[in-house]
Design a binder for this molecule. Structure first.
Ligand code: CS2
Length: 496
């Protein structure tokens, strides 16, 4: 079958939206580290919209970077950077072709090309989606993990960085030495205070290299905080077949996504930005309330339903939400335990937000796998469930459902499912978590050993009876009765 590329773009069916600007004149203004599905269905789509505005500057094309794997580059190179976003819900599928990505580089093949791109004076924003673990930090404190192998290697060889932190600092140093103004660092990962966190990590790494460089970064570089939201599952062969059916040409790596998208950004760009506010992004002074709402209500419930769902044998999020007791538990987790810890953001109806979240989770067309969300829990739990747990403990409030979510995670990282089959735990701390779980035979001992992992639980939660007690009780329930029966029993005794 013919491939999607600049040549076949004109022959796509009329129903497929395509770039509304002349790609031949597109220049790179943004380098994006971590060009996975999420970036391609989120920031790259917003940017594609902004490039298509009448009279828009074409200086904001994107050079994508994969830190390790060449697979996105290999898929997009023969397609001139073009790819499809297929929007899906119960009413059907709509495809559009995105043109904002000009090229993809692979850092693993040698950082010279990536550093050249990042030091180009035309590049004024470096954005990132490298997932939580890509920041090489301690998730409980947000501090740089100075013993992380990638950080150790990048400090030893600053001119050959392999990590996102190492790349950013080296590129900024080269700009400083050449008298080129810095770029804005725009993180789009689901970290708490994501811009402030990256700033802290970068300053520490730079300090270890050269205090003068750290001062220059501190004085000149901005790190806007952002809240990003769109549910974007991993691509499957069925997605590829669907895209080919709609386009009439082959796309090696289309991305399926829900219709909803939200991007809230602090407007602190030192060298300009695309007109994202004209295509639906919210430019604000303070992202904090939006971020807390999203990380806790969406991601906190997502992780809870993922761990309970995997244990109960549900493959996808919509399958979990189709079970009335599970759906009710998720609604109650949001309304009773998580929402009270979130100051409502301006102009936001928190009740409507929760209803919309449940509808989004129930989207029958996305097939978002519970195992995908369950990945890297050690990096996700702190901001999603443990910070809200601390807020509730501080207020003397009960947290039975947060505790159930944490207990489901404890059970999951033990590495054996309810049928006695191995679970492949994908997490940078997987071995340590497994060893902690295996270090005791009884539920209370296993939970205590897991809650002693300070990178996840800090130094406080493992010592709090009000936290350890409910988690242990929930864990015992999961072991004795299984996840489905535990949720059913909760539903039977709680008020509808
Ligand atoms: C999910 C997120 O995989 C996960 O951990 O919770 O990727 C989620 O789909 C997005 O944050 C939605 O914006």
């Amino acid at each position: 079958m013919t491939r999607l590329d600049n040549g076949t773009l004109a022959s796509l069916p009329g129903s497929v939206r395509r770039p509304a600007y002349d790609r031949a004149h597109l220049q790179t203004g943004i380098v994006h580290l971590g060009i996975g599905n999420f970036h391609r269905a989120h920031q790259a789509e917003f940017t594609d919209d902004a490039l298509g505005l009448p009279g828009a500057s074409l200086e904001w094309g994107i050079t994508g970077v994969s830190l390790r794997s060449p697979s996105v580059r290999d898929a997009l190179l023969p397609q001139d950077g073009l790819y499809t976003v297929v929007q899906r819900d119960g009413s059907g599928a709509r495809a559009r072709v995105i043109g904002s990505v000009r090229q993809v580089l692979v850092n693993q093949e040698g950082p010279a090309a990536v550093l050249d791109a990042m030091t180009d004076p035309g590049v004024r924003i470096v954005s990132l989606t490298v997932t939580e673990k890509g920041y090489c930090h301690d998730p409980a404190t947000g501090d740089l993990d100075e013993s992380h192998p990638a950080i150790v290697a990048d400090l030893a060889h600053p001119d050959r960085p392999g990590s996102a932190i190492g790349l950013l600092v080296e590129a900024l140093d080269r700009r400083r030495r050449s008298g080129i103004p810095p770029f804005t660092v725009l993180t789009c990962d689901n970290l708490p205070s994501n811009g402030d966190t990256v700033r802290k990590l970068l300053l520490r790494f730079a300090e270890l290299r050269d205090p003068g460089l750290a001062r220059w970064i501190d004085d000149t570089v901005t790190f806007p905080n952002t809240m990003v939201d769109r549910i974007v599952p991993a691509t499957t062969d069925a997605d590829r077949a669907e895209a080919a059916g709609i386009l009439g040409v082959e796309d090696a790596w289309p991305v399926a996504a829900e219709p909803f998208r939200q991007w809230v950004i602090e407007d602190r760009f030192t060298a300009g930005r695309p007109q994202w506010e004209r295509v639906g992004a919210q430019l604000v002074d303070d992202v904090a309330p939006f971020e807390l709402m999203k990380l806790r209500l969406l991601n906190g419930s997502h992780s809870t339903l993922a761990y309970l769902g995997v244990l109960a044998g549900h493959e996808t999020v919509d399958a979990v939400m189709a079970v009335p007791s599970f759906a009710r538990l998720i609604r109650s987790l949001m309304a009773d335990e998580l929402a009270p810890t979130v100051p409502p953001p301006p102009d936001t109806d928190m009740a409507a937000y929760q209803v919309a979240l449940c509808e989004r989770f129930a989207n029958p067309a996305l097939k978002h796998r519970t195992r995908q969300i369950a990945m890297d829990g050690s990096q996700k739990l702190p901001q999603r469930l443990l910070e809200p747990a601390r807020d509730r403990l501080d207020g003397g409030q009960p947290l039975p459902l947060i505790a159930l979510g944490v207990a489901a995670w404890c059970r999951y990282v033990g590495g054996v499912d309810e049928a006695g089959q191995p679970i492949k735990v994908d997490d940078p701390l997987a071995d340590r978590l497994r060893a902690a779980s295996d270090s005791a035979n009884d539920p209370a001992g296993k939970v205590a050993a897991l809650l002693a992992v300070q990178e996840v639980f800090g130094t406080d939660l493992g010592r709090s009876d009000e936290f350890v007690g409910p988690v242990t009780k929930a864990y015992e329930n999961l072991v004795t009765n299984g996840a489905s029966a535990t949720v059913e029993a909760w539903a039977a005794q709680s008020q509808p």
